[in-house]
Design a protein around this ligand. Structure first.
Ligand SMILES: Cc1ncc(COP(=O)(O)O)c(C=O)c1O
Length: 456
């Protein structure tokens, strides 16, 4: 069945006909009763790997990684508990540390006005809307936030989802189908890849930010597909670099494709007033078809959004499974995002402070000979270490020295580009940055001289 046949509530003419026929038919016996009785011996030969929990994909790799970590004396850097608000500082194991592991870019998670708005929403609406928005889960906060996001991006409308990851999965997964082509940057976030995989479209990753390579793919493939979409990010979450958006827009118009930009990390970070990539280059309202973003970073809540033409927003609200068949956003989260958006708009000096302190970190790191990879000095600064083991060890040592930063290791990135990823917040001070770079350079130097961790 073609997706375009789907109508309101997901029922096509064909489905409606089937439904009516089914209702007219006599109830059928359950499948188990109809199936021919199977002799027990039929199932003896089934490989235990296919029904044992411990044989499920990923288990062996995880066990091997844990054993290797133990052998190298590494402490698990994941699932570390924070006992308080994670901003420029946080509390871990009862110790206050400088924190670079949280994307609380403008320090709005923990801001009294944001917390107060969330508390008020709980008092008014409770903690859950207890239904999908389409069927009794709608609250005034939802539309208020959507209208504000649309105004922020200068689009006709917007729709919010309960998770940023699910926003990409369901939007891309629902909108594209067989005969369509999805061209995404090869460093695109997992949620984009998952969405592309879920759709039945063909998916091709093009080399990171490589306009020529993308154009070659378009020349080769454009006419063989119906719809083509190019998907990029506003600020790349692992590398901290920005795409040449004007070039992507040129290709979008020339080859008649859609363009989607994931602004998860660029909202509140890029542009004079934090309006994201569209504030860095002059962008026309017809240049970006889908502005996608998350509420979990600058906006200090949880969830995602699509800001776009009204027709697309309506289409998603009535048909995208991750919206229709999922609960409406929890009231305190919608209220927190709204309050954070208010502060972002009324206090652009926070964006300026973030820009300043990020650049300060970046320049100092360079001065001390650290490798910042593709980073450009915008809020996400990778320090390339080049070995997963060394990276985890360094992260362990930094934590003991009062600095919390997450290692990003293989397979999330290639082994040779294993890194410490520093998320900068507008609340960080120059003093904190000085101390961090000093400890980092000192400890990295020491480790590099330890034969166990020598780089290959
Ligand atoms: C680029 C990008 N898109 C989407 C997401 C998913 O967002 P969320 O964590 O809010 O679900 C992330 C998460 O970090 C991300 O980095």
């Amino acid at each position: 069945m073609k997706r375009s046949e789907k109508k309101l509530f997901g029922l096509s003419k064909l489905q409606k006909k089937d439904l009516i026929q089914n209702i007219r038919q006599k109830p059928q016996k359950p499948e188990t009763e109809q199936a021919p009785a199977a002799s027990k011996s039929n199932f003896k030969g089934i490989n235990p790997e296919y029904y044992e929990i411990n044989s499920l994909p990923g288990m062996k790799a995880l066990q091997m990684q844990m054993a290797a970590a133990k052998q190298f004396g590494l402490e698990n850097p994941y699932f570390i508990e924070h006992d308080g608000i994670a901003a420029d500082r946080t509390v871990i194991n009862g110790q206050q540390v400088i924190n670079f592991s949280s994307y609380n870019y403008l320090g709005l998670s923990g801001h009294p006005r944001v917390s107060q708005a969330a508390k008020l929403a709980i008092d008014t609406y409770g903690t859950s809307v207890s239904a999908s928005r389409a069927v009794s889960g709608e609250r005034p906060l939802h539309r208020e936030l959507e209208k504000r996001l649309a105004r922020f991006y200068g689009t006709e409308d917007a729709v919010i989802f309960v998770s940023g990851h699910a926003t990409n999965v369901t939007t891309i997964g629902y909108l594209f189908e067989h005969h369509d082509l999805i061209l995404h940057d090869e460093l695109a976030h997992n949620s984009i890849i998952q969405g592309a995989t879920l759709s039945s479209a063909k998916r091709i990753g093009f080399p990171h930010n490589d306009i020529d390579a993308l154009e070659s793919l378009l020349i080769k493939h454009r006419s063989s597909f119906h719809r083509v979409i190019i998907i990029i990010e506003g600020l790349y979450s692992m590398d901290g670099d920005v795409p040449p958006i004007n070039e992507f827009i040129r290709l979008k118009h020339q080859y008649k494709t859609f363009l989607m930009v994931d602004e998860a990390h660029s909202l509140g970070v890029l542009g004079e007033t934090g309006h994201g990539i569209q504030e860095c280059f002059p962008v026309d309202e017809n240049d970006i078809d889908i502005h996608m973003g998350t509420l979990s970073k600058t906006l200090s809540a949880c969830g995602g959004y699509v800001a776009a033409r009204k027709s697309l927003v309506d289409n998603l609200k009535f048909n995208a499974p991750g919206f229709v068949y999922s609960v409406g956003m929890s009231p305190p989260l919608a209220a927190a995002a709204l309050a954070a958006l208010d502060i972002l708009e009324s206090e652009p000096e926070r964006v300026e402070r973030l820009r300043h302190i990020s650049r300060f970190f970046f320049d100092l790191a360079h001065k001390k000979g650290l490798d910042t990879g593709k980073g450009e000095g915008y809020a996400i600064i990778p320090i390339i270490i080049g070995s997963s083991i060394l990276c985890v060890k360094l992260s362990n040592i930094l934590l003991r020295n009062g600095i919390n930063v997450q290692p990003i290791i293989y397979p999330a990135v290639e082994e040779r580009s294993a890194r410490l990823r520093f998320f900068i917040s507008s609340l960080h001070t120059e003093e904190q940055v000085h101390r961090t770079i000093e400890v980092l350079t000192r400890e990295l130097k020491k480790l590099k001289h330890n034969p166990i961790y020598t780089l290959t």
